[in-house]
Design a protein around this ligand. Structure first.
Ligand code: HEM
Length: 269
């Protein structure tokens, strides 16, 4: 992970997001074709080759012991630390799923066009809390979003400085542009894991509608309090983020007992 993040800090963001999607879909590695092509993942989820390369090294030293889910959990923790975020200890011993589910990848994962209540419901469904949701969303302090996920917002009721808005609109035109052009979700310190994401929400400049809703929706009384707290108290954010990552990493899927995959891309045959 050190090499990967040194060569491109965005690699940290890719791995943190991959771990999130892994946890929310059955606790398996969402590397089967079926889940990769689900709406929240297609053309969007990245970093698989980094996990492949770590897995190859681990397998050559110690075959058949360390699951892809454990590798991803550790890689996400180390990614966070490498870009300036908090550190934490976690349980290991996760197993990889023997299946994959396109349907669950579509239904369990939140999307930015959703309102705050359905998104909260998806976190509660996984046994996580509203506090977990607000703290974990803080990882949008690193990484990027694609134009198709924020176009409606920047041509709608968006309150940003004129120069920032002009830049965003120039690279993501209302029509005819490239849907996959990216912009950082934290335009102040895009490669640093800090609490600036929450300060951006206080200014109304959240790039994703779902992020801004946590502060601006009249339905988000509790989420607004938490955003305010984390914007003013970076240590409280770091402390909660670490706890919530442990909780998210402990979501289990005991249905089929699981296995240690030989390749993270496929179930064992
Ligand atoms: C609360 C609901 C959430 C929604 C609706 C959401 C949605 C999104 C979207 C739309 C993107 C941009 C994807 C693209 O345009 O290709 C994104 C990126 C990202 N998300 Fe989330 N997300 C949520 C929660 C989380 C959580 C809980 C985590 C991690 C713990 C996370 C980590 C990330 C990271 C690190 C990126 C940047 C990835 C990159 O640069 O490749 N997100 N998210």
């Amino acid at each position: 992970m050190e090499c990967a993040v040194l060569s491109d800090p965005r690699n940290a963001a890719k791995i943190v997001r991959l771990h999130f999607h892994d946890c929310f879909v059955q606790d398996d590695t969402i590397t089967l074709q079926g889940e990769k092509s689900a709406t929240p993942n297609v053309d969007s989820l990245k970093g698989f080759e980094i996990i492949d390369s770590i897995k190859n090294k681990v397998e050559s030293d110690c075959p058949g012991v360390v699951s892809c889910a454990d590798i991803l959990a550790i890689a996400a923790r180390d990614s966070t630390v490498l870009v300036g975020g908090p550190d934490w200890e976690m349980y290991l011993g996760r197993k990889d799923s023997k299946t994959a589910s396109y349907e669950l990848a579509n239904s369990n994962l939140p999307v930015p066009s959703e309102g705050i209540l359905p998104i909260i419901t998806k976190f509660l469904y996984q046994g996580l809390s509203v506090t977990d949701m607000v703290a974990l969303s803080g990882s949008h302090t690193i990484g990027v979003a694609r134009c198709q996920n924020y176009r409606a917002r920047i041509y709608g009721d968006y309150t940003a400085s004129e120069s920032y808005l002009n830049d965003l609109r120039a690279s993501c035109p209302a029509a005819g542009g490239d849907d996959d052009t990216v912009a950082p979700m934290d335009n102040v310190t895009p490669n640093l894991f800090d609490n600036s994401y929450y300060q951006i929400l206080l200014r109304g400049e959240g790039l994703l509608n779902s992020d801004q809703e946590m502060y601006s929706s009249f339905l988000g009384v509790q989420t607004k309090q938490l955003v305010l707290q984390y914007a003013h108290d970076p240590l409280a954010f770091f402390h909660q983020f670490a706890q919530s990552m442990v909780a998210m990493g402990n979501i289990t899927n005991a249905v089929d007992g699981g296995e240690v995959r030989r390749s993270c891309r496929f179930v064992n045959t």
